[in-house]
Design a protein around this ligand. Structure first.
Ligand code: FEO
Length: 172
């Protein structure tokens, strides 16, 4: 059974994951209309992953005797000045999500809710990976800058990254 405090905190995280999914969906659309198909596919796949993160939390809350809430979401940014700016936003957002998960872990320890604490470890590990990936991509895009040829190759590479990561998580 989750306490009211934990239930509220988990519901807040459900909102964060849902908003993340929308943020990446908007990035996917922007990349798609700009003609970078690889980047768009990467973002569509990130958006789907965030939805899965949300669903995992929803199931947990409901299974533990709470009630998962589906809430109104803040509209995401739909345009960007550059791909560089878009990937900066992606990285910053993942750092924010990590902080949010850390806070949840902190609350679960305060409340001595070890079941929730244990459940959250998956998110802690996931955030390490997501932050590292966002950092790597940002470093690459910073090197490329506005070079069109570089961007073309980057678009091809990132598509490969999407295929590999989907294969390793068994989603293809
Ligand atoms: Fe679910 Fe990328 O955080």
């Amino acid at each position: 059974m989750v306490s009211k405090n934990i239930e509220n905190a988990l519901n807040e995280q459900i909102r964060v994951e849902a908003e993340s999914s929308q943020i990446y969906l908007a990035m996917a659309c922007w990349a798609e209309v700009k003609g970078l198909e690889g980047v768009a596919n990467f973002m569509y796949s990130q958006s789907q992953e965030e939805r899965d993160h949300m669903l995992k939390l929803i199931k947990f809350v409901n299974e533990r005797g709470g009630h998962a809430h589906v809430s109104e979401l803040k509209a995401p940014n739909v345009t960007f000045k550059s791909f560089q700016e878009m990937f900066e936003k992606l990285y910053e957002h993942e750092v924010y999500v990590s902080e949010s998960i850390n806070e949840l872990v902190h609350i679960s320890l305060q409340e001595k809710d070890y079941a929730t604490h244990n459940f959250l470890q998956w998110y802690v590990a996931e955030q390490i990976e997501e932050e590292a990936m966002a950092r790597t991509i940002l470093d690459k895009i910073n090197l490329i800058g506005n070079d069109k040829g570089g961007l073309y190759l980057f678009d091809r590479d990132i598509e490969q990254l999407t295929i590999n990561s989907a294969a390793s998580t068994g989603t293809v």
